[in-house]
Design a binder for this molecule. Structure first.
Ligand SMILES: O=C(O)CCC(=O)C(=O)O
Length: 294
């Protein structure tokens, strides 16, 4: 669905200064349901991943011919949306095989944020997600939703949303409904767009969003309502990652540790990685409370 209208939008406030004030960081996270960190990641590392994802787009003819794929200019004759479209499936299978995509989820700067937030060891989920949004695809923007619906397990699971490159507001970054996690689990209904479900949002809800730069990260509680803004650039692809984290002592649902979409298994994803690569199966020797899907 196209994004819901946002009457009140506040700009992103950088929480980097709270990283050495754990009590205040936790207080703000508990109160607002999100934290934004400007320039948390090495932008060269994020751009390296962008290069690999855009090269896949170029190979599939999704970028404008004759342009540098890093610019992310979309093929004006094409519009592919996330879902069961075989063109999407082929693209996504290649993204899921990228070692640097899965490695970014384990970046030490992200893990440090969650170590501080949780005050205990972190379990990064391995079901890593990439979103690629074509321009002029507003009817398929990610509808307002709570991640807990899809993750289950511990409500103390948080998502890190990371733009793969600069993401000015016109490109349609993530908008977060400030403090919305305090409402608890909301009723949802069918909707068009990634996830396929949406929740209602009051018109006086205060949202947070705007321009993101390469290296920025926004984290949000699993009950915090958020939506993907429409890509109104007219000609550019928007690429981003969603990675999830929870305290390691909390229960985790088995599918949070399985490849996103289930089109591949880990053996297929890891097929050409080095035998001893620490990114492979990193969670398998940990003492976890793994639960089934209800
Ligand atoms: O990037 C987007 O459009 C939204 C991503 C998101 O909300 C999610 O994966 O939960």
């Amino acid at each position: 669905m196209a994004m819901v209208n946002m009457t009140h939008v506040e700009s992103l406030q950088d929480a980097t200064g709270l990283l050495n004030q754990p009590v205040e960081l936790r207080r703000q996270a508990t109160e607002e349901g999100y934290l934004f960190f400007s320039n948390l990641l090495d932008s060269a590392k994020v751009l390296n991943l962008r290069q690999q994802i855009m090269a896949i787009c170029e190979k599939h003819g999704w970028t404008q011919s004759g342009t540098d794929c890093m610019e992310g200019l979309a093929n004006p004759e094409l519009l592919v949306v996330e879902g069961r479209d075989p063109r999407w499936q082929e693209f996504y299978i290649e993204v899921q095989k990228l070692r640097d995509f899965h490695q970014l989820a384990l970046d030490e700067n992200i893990i440090r944020v969650f170590d501080i937030l949780f005050g205990e060891t972190v379990l990064p989920h391995s079901r890593n997600i990439c979103r690629l949004v074509f321009p002029n695809s507003s009817s398929h923007s990610t509808p307002p939703h709570q991640d807990n619906l899809y993750i289950g397990g511990s409500t103390e699971t948080w998502t890190a949303w990371i733009p793969c490159g600069d993401c000015p507001a016109v490109l349609g970054g993530l908008a977060v409904a400030k403090g919305s996690h305090h409402q608890g689990q909301l009723a949802d209904k069918e909707a068009i767009g990634p996830g396929g479900r949406q929740v209602e949002v009051s018109t006086d809800q205060v949202w947070v969003g705007g321009d993101y730069s390469c290296g920025d990260v926004i984290i949000l509680h699993s009950l915090t309502v958020h939506q993907g803004c429409d890509n109104q650039s007219g000609n550019q692809l928007r690429v981003s990652c969603d990675f999830r984290y929870q305290p390691r002592s909390h229960p985790v649902r088995a599918d949070s540790l399985a490849p996103h979409m289930g089109w591949l298994n880990w053996e297929q994803i890891y097929w050409d990685w080095k035998t001893e690569d620490p990114v492979k199966y990193y969670w398998q020797n940990w003492d976890l409370q793994i639960m089934g899907k209800n």
